[in-house]
Design a protein around this ligand. Sequence first.
Ligand code: PGA
Length: 259
Amino acid sequence: MRVLICHDAGAAARRTADILCDAVAARPAAVLGLATGGTMEPVYAVLRDRLADGSLDLTATTTFNLDEYVGLQGDHPQSYRATMDRLLFDAAGLPRDRTHLPDGAAPDVAAEAVRYDAAIAAAGGIDLQLLGIGGNGHIGFNEPTSSLGSRTRVKTLTAETRNANARFFGTDEAAPRFAITMGIATILESRACVLLATGPGKAAAIAAAIEGPLSAACPASALQLHPNATMVLDPAAAADLRLRDYYETVHPGGGEALL
Ligand code: PGA
C-alpha cells in the first residue's frame, strides 16, 4: 500500500486528480471507478479545470460510480447521477451510455445490483477506482461488518452515515435508508485504487484501515489485500498513523518513492 501524506487538503486533491489524469494519459479508453462525497468535490474541480484548458480528455473513457441511493430517480438533485452530471460528466462531454451508476429507482434493486456487477465485468473491469472513506471506515456504502467477499448489492445505511448525509437532504428523516453499492470484492478487483481522505474526522478510520487488523469492522482495511492501493491523505487524516514518519520518508511530501 502506498501512503501519500500531502501538505494540505488541496494538495491531496490535486495529487488524486494527477493519478487519475496519468491513468487516462496511459490509457485514453480507461475504465474509471468514480466516487461521490464532499471529499471528492475538489478533485472534480481540478478535473474540470483540466478539461477546460484541454490538458485532460475523458471522451474515450467509461465510468462506473461506486453507489447510488435506493429510491431516488436519476433526476433527483441529490441522486449521485445528478451529482456526477454536475461535478464532472457535463464538463467531460462523455456519451451518457458510458457513464454508469446503479439505478436506485429500478423496480428490482437486487437484480439491478447483479446487473451492475456484470456490466463492470463486461467493460473489462475497472482500471482505476477512486474511493472516499466514511468516518466509520466504510468504502462505497459497505458499512462495518460488510463481507469482505461482497459483490454489488443493496445495503442498509448506518445511522452515522445517514446523519452525515442529512446535510444534503435537509433532515435526517429525508436521508435515504438504503443504497446499491459495489461490494468489497468488486472494489478489490479494480486494477488500481486510490482512496482520498482529508480532515480530522477521518483520522481514526484511516489508522484502522492502514494499520489496524484486516477486519470487516473497518471495511477500508480490505484494501490491505489490494495489490495496487494508494492512500492520499492530508496531515489531519494522517494524524493517528503510528508509522507516519516512515510513510513520509518513503514518499516525501506525498510524492513518488525515492529509490
Ligand atoms: P465524504 O464521504 O467525502 O462526504 O466525507 C466519504 C464517504 O463516505 O465515502
